[in-house]
Design a protein. Structure first.
Length: 348
């Protein structure tokens, strides 16, 4: 099945809804035509001159990046500037640029789950509370076979919602209409209703808000190492798992580390929360001198894994997730990864 950029944008919005983004953020479409046909998509941390050139020469017509290319507003489009030159190449080569930023940081299966997974943390819990959403119940009447098809899709894409699903109907009568009910977080309601109607057709349904439901989305994760380690062993584990050339840290490296809090990118302002949640080690990026001093002073071991290394882990995870979704949907789509990306900071 041929698809357009809009199909991939819709898929990303189901996984990382825009309302999870911080108020200052600018995720979503950056440059291009949502109706552009896409047979090859490139997953990247950033949109750069190098990966745009690669996309242009390899038939890629969409780049999904974590960092928004147009994070700051522009008032003059000068095609001789470095950013203007990239915009010119994107438009000339019909390449769509789309970003999922802080919404993908917070989303389940997003950056921080990828970071926790890369460090082999288990028994994960939420770290920085972000938003609380009510839970909705959908009650619908649909042809039994279509309802079963929708349930299968629900279990594949949203396992937690799939567990809440139940269906009343006659298993021996495929033409019979059955009543199905399932619970859905309010932020995913519109997407799930659209999915339901696409599969089941124009059916009758009712929606109720559950007074005893609701869930909270959070940035960052906190979990346990495979086994207790000394501080130096834990730091070496972080360095190896993330491929960091030089790992800066502050605090006592002789302490025992078992519980680790992580927040990819820049999260130094949450060091005190990591301590309050009894983390032994906090891994984040963009750590400043006095922030490190404060963290060490409160008895926390803190590691500056760098913005690049704590977030690039999402690229292979997201690429694999899109490949699986494309296969399930029957999309004619090749998913590539920007494996040649490098940290903007060098080391001598």
């Amino acid at each position: 099945m041929n698809i357009t950029a809009k199909d991939l944008m819709h898929l990303m919005d189901t996984w990382a809804p825009k309302d999870l983004a911080e108020s200052w953020d600018h995720p979503g479409l950056q440059v291009g035509n949502p109706e552009e046909p896409v047979k090859k998509v490139l997953i990247a941390l950033d949109v750069t001159a190098e990966n745009v050139d690669y996309a242009a020469s390899h038939g890629v017509t969409m780049i999904i990046s974590h960092h928004p290319f147009l994070f700051k507003s522009i008032h003059t489009l000068d095609l001789t500037s470095w950013r203007g030159a990239i915009i010119g190449k994107l438009i000339t080569n019909h390449i769509v640029s789309f970003a999922a930023h802080t919404n993908l940081d917070t989303a389940r299966g997003g950056v921080n789950d990828a970071l926790a997974g890369a460090l082999d943390l288990h028994d994960l819990a939420d770290f920085v509370p972000e938003k609380t959403y009510p839970m909705m119940k959908v009650a619908a009447y649909a042809p039994f076979v279509k309802a079963k098809e929708f349930h299968y899709r629900l279990k594949e894409q949203y396992p937690d919602m799939g567990k809440s699903f139940y269906l009343l109907g006659d298993f021996d009568d495929a033409a019979r209409v059955g009543k199905m009910e399932f619970n859905v977080p309010s932020e995913k309601l519109d997407i799930l209703l659209e999915e339901m109607k696409n599969i089941c057709g124009p059916i009758h349904y009712d929606v109720y808000e559950l007074k005893n439901g609701g869930h909270r989305e959070s940035m960052g994760r906190i979990g346990h190492l495979p086994h207790p380690m000394t501080g130096l062993e834990a730091l070496a584990h972080v360095k190896k798992c993330l491929g960091i050339p030089d790992l800066r840290y502050a605090g006592n490296p002789d302490r025992t580390v078992e519980t680790v809090a992580v927040l990819g990118g820049a999260g130094s302002e949450f060091a005190s929360l990591a301590k309050a949640k009894r983390a032994d080690l906090y891994v984040t990026g963009d750590l400043k001198y006095h922030e490190a001093q404060d963290a060490a002073g409160m008895g926390l071991l803190i590691a500056d894994g760098g913005h690049f290394y704590t977030e690039r882990v999402i690229v292979p995870v997201l690429a694999d997730r899109i490949r699986k979704a494309a296969a399930e949907k029957g999309w004619d789509l090749e998913v590539l990864e920007d494996s040649g990306a490098k940290d903007i900071f060098g080391h001598v």
